[in-house]
Design a protein around this ligand. Structure first.
Ligand code: BES
Ligand code: MN
Ligand code: ZN
Length: 499
């Protein structure tokens, strides 16, 4: 999709397809009033018939035809119901934009001019409204059929969205455009990686993709192989990988946009390219969805790409631990004890709690970059899906400032997270008679005890853990990666630059 901003004289348009906001009680804004005037009150007369429902986000398609007495400047109008000029909130605006664009995409229009950002959104500026529309357009036209042999013709004819703006708005509009394009490209990278099947998206493949992203975006990328991982002493990470024919990879991406001496932010992603559970084998139903168990890694790659695209003045390190969790004659067994890079030993009571076993070594490894803040992102527990469902990612951190910053980045992008506890009491269940800790506690509070396990390794920096098990992909008819939490993470880094 192509995006641009444009100052437009409505009377000069020809054959345009236009997205127009209509407010509560059929009130026309400046944009709609202008077109209404040009068309002998076509909009007001259409609305008087009552076909545009009162609900925010309702849409109505109006075709324009010139008559001998009246030259009409457009082919199509898609009228989109907004709340009122003052009161449209960001969720409503996003929803209304989604339904308006969806309606436009269902027509034969090849390009559209949007006035939707005329609607006022509480506490959000023009940049946010443009960015929202760019992201929604890319979301609606994203396709999951690259693996089909028999691809249908492109369902959407829409190839370009122009945003009508006046001169004063142009700086904010180009900021919104730039952010929207970069973040949605990062989201698309994360979706594509998530959706790629496990036989294609292996640890080696993730390493190759990271290198590609690094090349086109000036990010230094290092991909460590099994031997190098062994030399680092990552015994816990290697233990998970040992059951698979696919060798593990440790991917390190360094983006240096800030001052050389500035301590970086590190993003650490779980990259289990397929999670069978190992010897603690998972049940068969929906096991295919465990190809998404590398979505934390995918979000690190997507965010690194977005940050570099935006040229943010900040230093960011992305670390991905990639392995496949398989049962085999060489696989770890319940009761096995492994030594982590930190020196702490772990009794593996369940081989399906493998995410924490690979992340713990990454959390130790990342300390060498002397990061100020480390955020790990992982499809870590089914328990988090039970606790929070698919709307919020689980947020675990003892640091209130970091918690607030991540929550606010989530709120402003609609890629939200919700704080969960990490109290000392929850550590109790991880005790082992034989090793420094066990890798699981009882079923109760499973998302929290998993986070507590990680906390034992996140030392020497501010740390937050995002459990994205419920938010990284959708099941059922809409099965597919969501690209979350790329928007949240990128916004967090943008906000950090502003401070
Ligand atoms: N990748 C899974 C978590 C998961 C499960 C995410 C279902 C999304 C949907 C993780 O490796 C796992 O298997 N966790 C176990 C932990 C348990 C053995 C303590 C779980 O959640 O069942
Ligand atoms: Mn597992
Ligand atoms: Zn897993």
């Amino acid at each position: 999709m192509q995006f641009s901003t444009k100052t437009i004289a409505p009377e000069k348009l020809k054959k345009a397809s236009i997205l127009l906001p209509i407010y509560r009680n059929d009130r026309l804004g400046v944009a709609a009033a202008t077109f209404d005037k040009l068309t002998g009150s076509l909009i007001a007369r259409t609305l008087a018939r009552g076909d545009l429902a009162a609900k925010v986000g309702s849409t109505l398609l109006v075709h324009g035809f010139s008559t001998p007495s009246q030259a009409v400047t457009f082919d199509r109008l898609v009228l989109v119901r907004m709340e009122g000029e003052q009161a449209t909130n960001k969720k409503q605006f996003t929803e209304a934009t989604r339904s308006g664009l969806r309606h436009m995409i269902s027509t034969a229009a090849t390009e559209t001019i949007s006035y939707l950002h005329e609607a006022e959104v509480s506490s959000k500026d023009l940049a946010w409204k443009i960015r929202c529309q760019v992201m929604v357009s890319n979301e609606l036209t994203y396709r999951t059929d690259q693996w089909k042999g028999n691809r249908e013709a492109d369902a959407s004819k829409l190839k370009a969205v122009q945003f009508a703006i006046d001169k004063e708005g142009s700086a904010l509009a180009s900021k919104g455009l730039k952010e929207g394009i970069a973040i949605s490209a990062g989201v698309q990278t994360a979706k594509d990686l998530g959706n790629a099947p496990g036989n294609v998206c292996t640890p080696i493949y993730l390493g190759e993709r990271a290198k590609q992203i690094g090349k086109s975006n000036k990010i230094k990328v290092q991909v460590l192989n099994e031997k190098q991982i062994k030399a680092l002493g990552m015994g816990s990470f290697l233990a998970v990988a040992q059951g698979s024919e696919q060798p593990p990879r440790l991917i390190v991406m360094e983006y240096k946009g800030g001052p050389a001496k500035q301590a970086p932010v590190a993003l650490v992603g779980k990259g289990i390219t397929f999670d069978t559970g190992g010897i603690s084998l998972k049940p068969g139903a929906e096991m295919d969805e465990m190809k998404f168990d590398m979505c934390g890694a995918a979000s690190v790659l997507g965010t690194m790409q977005a940050v570099a695209d935006l040229g943010l003045p900040i230093n960011v390190v992305g670390v991905v631990v990639a392995a496949e969790n398989m049962p085999s004659g060489k696989a770890i067994k319940p009761g096995d004890i492994v030594k982590s890079m930190s020196g702490q030993t772990i009794e593996i009571l369940n081989t399906d709690a493998e995410g924490r076993l690979i992340l713990c070594d990454a959390l130790t490894y990342v300390a060498r970059f002397k990061p100020s803040t480390v955020i790990d992102i992982a499809t870590l527990t089914g328990a988090c899906v039970i606790a929070l469902g698919g709307h919020h990612s689980g947020l675990f951190t003892a640091n209130e400032t970091l918690s607030n910053a991540l929550r606010s980045a989530g709120d402003s992008t609609g890629d939200t997270c919700w704080p969960m506890p990490l109290d000392e009491e929850y550590h109790e269940g991880l005790k082992s008679n034989f090793a420094d800790m066990a890798n699981i506690a009882s079923r109760a509070g499973g998302a929290i005890t998993a986070a507590c396990f990680l906390a034992k390794f996140a030392k020497g920096y501010d740390w937050a853990h995002l459990d994205i098990a419920g938010t990284a992909w959708k099941s059922g008819a809409a099965k597919g990666g969501t690209g979350r939490p790329v928007p949240l993470l990128t916004q967090y880094l943008i906000d950090r630059c502003a401070k």
